[in-house]
Design a protein around this ligand. Structure first.
Ligand SMILES: Nc1ncnc2c1ncn2[C@@H]1O[C@H](COP(=O)(O)OP(=O)(O)OP(=O)(O)O)[C@@H](O)[C@H]1O
Ligand SMILES: Nc1nc2c(c(=O)[nH]1)N=C(CO)CN2
Length: 173
């Protein structure tokens, strides 16, 4: 068993098309609506992001398989990395927020795959879409997403997000 929560984002090119292609490739169990979000992390000179949360469940996939899939999708979207702008604009970003296997939450300290994602609890653009598809969501080691959203800074960011529209429905499957 391997259940994963992804945060996906895009702020370059056709944002919706990039996210939709990624969702399709993952084979999702649940997909949030699209949220328009201001750039997080201090690099403000870039377009607004579209962000979604995606939950997937595939007994055949390991955490590294999920990571490899995410990285392949980023490359296929035409993503180019600018080493001078770690939080710069991108056609597609696929982050693994948390993974569970048959033993429970997976923890990893490998730089290549940090689990749970070490910054997720600070990011309204991750927490709000995730909470929207799972009211009981829990970020391992940090607590319930419901409670993380009460932090003052996160709550202020959350109020500034704009929920736009669904991106996924049965007819896409
Ligand atoms: N949980 C994770 N999900 C996705 N990538 C991860 C994770 N943990 C570590 N990485 C590594 O992070 C590296 C940098 O990824 P990337 O440039 O997309 O970071 P970022 O998305 O800009 O920043 P952030 O990790 O803060 O969201 C990748 O090489 C990947 O192997
Ligand atoms: N709003 C928003 N800001 C970001 C995002 C993102 O997906 N959405 N991704 C980042 C790097 O992971 C850095 N900043």
């Amino acid at each position: 068993m391997s259940r994963v929560v992804f945060s996906m984002g895009s702020n370059l090119g056709d944002r919706e098309a990039a996210l939709l292609a990624a969702v399709r490739a993952v084979g999702p169990e649940a997909v949030s609506d699209v949220y328009e979000t201001a750039p997080w992390g201090g690099d403000d000179e870039q377009p607004a992001y579209y962000n979604i949360a995606v939950i997937a469940d595939d007994p055949a996939r390991s955490p590294h398989d999920w990571l490899a899939l995410g990285q392949r999708l980023e490359a296929e979207s035409g993503r180019v990395r600018d080493p001078e702008r770690p939080y710069g604009p991108r056609t597609l970003d696929v982050d693994l927020i948390a993974v569970w296997d048959e033993h429970g939450p997976v923890r990893s300290d490998e730089p290549r795959l940090l689990l749970p994602h070490p910054l997720a609890h600070l990011r309204a653009f991750v927490l709000v879409p995730w909470f929207a598809v799972d009211r009981d969501a829990e970020l391992p080691g940090k607590g319930r997403v419901r409670d993380l959203l009460r932090d003052e800074t996160v709550a202020a960011d959350a109020r500034a997000l704009r929920r736009l529209h669904p991106i996924w429905s049965r007819h896409h499957e």
